[in-house]
Structures are given as C-alpha cells and as structure tokens.
Design a binder for this molecule. Sequence first.
Ligand code: GDD
Ligand code: MG
Length: 336
Amino acid sequence: MHAVVLVGGFGTRLRPLTFTTPKPLLPVGNMPLLERLMTSLAHGGVTHAVLSLGFRPQPFLEVFPSNICGGVELSYAVEDRPLDTAGAIGFAAREAGIDRRGETFIVANGDVITDLDVAKLVSFHRTNNAQGTIHLTPVADPSQYGVVETSSDSRVLRFVEKPAPGETTSRDVNAGTYVLEAATLARMPGTSPLSIERMTFPEMCRDGVLYGYSTDDYWIDAGRPETYVRANIDLLSRHSIYQLTPIDALAQVDPSAHILQSIIGAGCVVGENAQIIRSVLIAGSRIDANAVVIDSAVMGRIGAFAQVTSCLIGVDGQINSGAVLRDAKVPDPATI
Ligand code: GDD
Ligand code: MG
C-alpha cells in the first residue's frame, strides 16, 4: 500500500530548531520523527511513501541515502509553491501514480506520533465502504485541531478546522492519518492551493462519504515546542514497539551530572553537576558545568550556571554563563 506523507510545512512553531533541520528530521527519542512515523506505517502494511515537500529533498537524501526509512521505500514530490494540504495530496498522489492504479491509499501528517494500528483503520474503512476515513483522537482542548462530529454509525457529520470557542462541543479531533480511495483525487486536482481540512473534508461530509475511527491509542502532534519536547519524554515511560536509546553511546556526560527524564543525542557534552530535566539535547549540543536545563530542546550551547526553562535553543544559540531564561527561543526567530 502507498502513503502520501505531508512534510511540506515550514515548521514555523519549532523555529529556530527547524532553521537547520526540517521538522520531520528532528529527533524523537534519538531517531528522526519521520522514521518513527514510517515504522508505524510499515507495521500497518505501507510499503511505499511519497513525501510531499515544498523544498528540495536534499536533507532527507542525506539522512536516508538509500531511500529506505523505517522499512518503507521513499520517493519525493516537490511542489514549486505551497499547495496546502489537499493540493499537496493531489499533486503527490499523481506523482506516485496512485490515481492511475486506482488504489486505496494512506495520508499522514508528517509530525504525528501514534500507536494507531493503520491496518485496523484500513479494515474499518473497508467495512463502511467509505470514500475516506479519518483517525480521530479525544483531546482536552480541541481549539488547535480539526474538530470532528460523528453520527452513531461513525459517519462524519461536521469537520471544523481550529474552531472558535463555542463553535462545537465535540472533543474528537482529526489525528492526521487518513485512508482515502483514489476516487477522492477528483476533489483534489493538485494544481493550486487547497485545504483538505477547510474544503475537501467539509465537502465529503456533505456527500456522506467520510467516516471517523476514534481510538485512545497514544497520540501526539509533535509540531509545537511543548509537544515536541513531550513526544521525546513520553517515549521514556510508555511501552513502545520502537527502540529507544535515551543517552546516545557517543554522548559525553559527566558522572556528576543529574539527568532526569531526558534524551541526549550523539556528540552532546554535559559538564559536571549540570542538571538536565525533562529535556531533549540534540546531537552536538553542549551544556557547561552547573547549568540547569528544564523542559527544553537544545541544539546549541548553554554556559556554566545558566538556567534555561521551556526554551528552544537553535544550533547558533549560545546562552551566556549565569543567564536565566524562560519561554525563550534563541536565536529569536523574529529577528532572522
Ligand atoms: N506538502 C505540503 N504543502 N505540506 C504541507 C503544506 C503545504 O503547503 N502545509 C502544511 N503541510 C504539512 C505540514 O508539514 C504537516 O505535516 C501537515 O501538513 C499538517 O500541517 P500542520 O501545520 O502541522 O497543521 P496543524 O498541526 O496545525 O493541523 C493539522 O494537524 C492536526 C493534527 O495534528 C490539521 O490536519 C488538523 O485538522 C489536525 O487536527
Ligand atoms: Mg501539526
């Protein structure tokens, strides 16, 4: 089975990390996010994935030179301008020949980590004879997602992207994995920008051909600063079928450093008495002696005795010794 994986966004919310590494290649548990996603898709029967990109695939080719990722064979569809979600799916699916072969296919948002069993989603889709089936997950605050109302027979009655307060009472949101029939490509020409969330799904609801499959499987959209860090930390505690090495063998961690619920990548250096708490140190970062890092993701350098809480520190980010920072992005993306 083929999948179209949407990875063309700019990762704006994860800047400055995404200035140097595209969001799908950021590590989650010392493995690229995309590789975790692909491993899970492969488990559900996906053999080929076309990555739908808005930029050249060079960074992906460097990380996956043989075009195999998590057991899935990769190809690339590069848009010459952002086509938004449905435009991107229409374009990439045609590039991969899915329309010609008339196959059922999977679509996945490239920033989602879930234990969903994709094979079950496909069999639910077939049982309902659906044109499209959306994986749904319940969340406490649905305002940042696509909110879905379903009937008792799982038909989607309404799809509201990022609803205003009071617009809907449903707590079930679009979890970013879909099964689609090739026939739905007629709704997604792939030649100009089109949103699946704002146009195609509402249209399919009106035609009564869209279904929702709600599960309470582990699920997170790692595309925001706090969820990116949490996706990493969650891996330490949840039972996962995927491998995890919390502290890479090529990291240098001083024996006096205090590491609590954190992930440390290859080549990171952590000095004496430093404290790393619920944080992600990305390959090559450096934490000097006695620095404290809490709830943060770091690619750059943190000076001695500095205290950093809820921050994203990019490759060029340097925190002075003794500085105290909270809720900051360094370097500040607004100034770049
Ligand atoms: N190729 C391409 N072209 N990909 C794009 C484009 C584009 O123009 N725009 C966005 N994408 C990709 C992003 O890279 C990401 O993988 C995916 O489409 C979704 O975009 P996000 O920017 O991450 O959207 P979101 O998280 O705010 O909302 C989406 O995901 C939620 C679940 O995580 C929506 O699908 C919501 O309905 C959903 O609830
Ligand atoms: Mg997202």
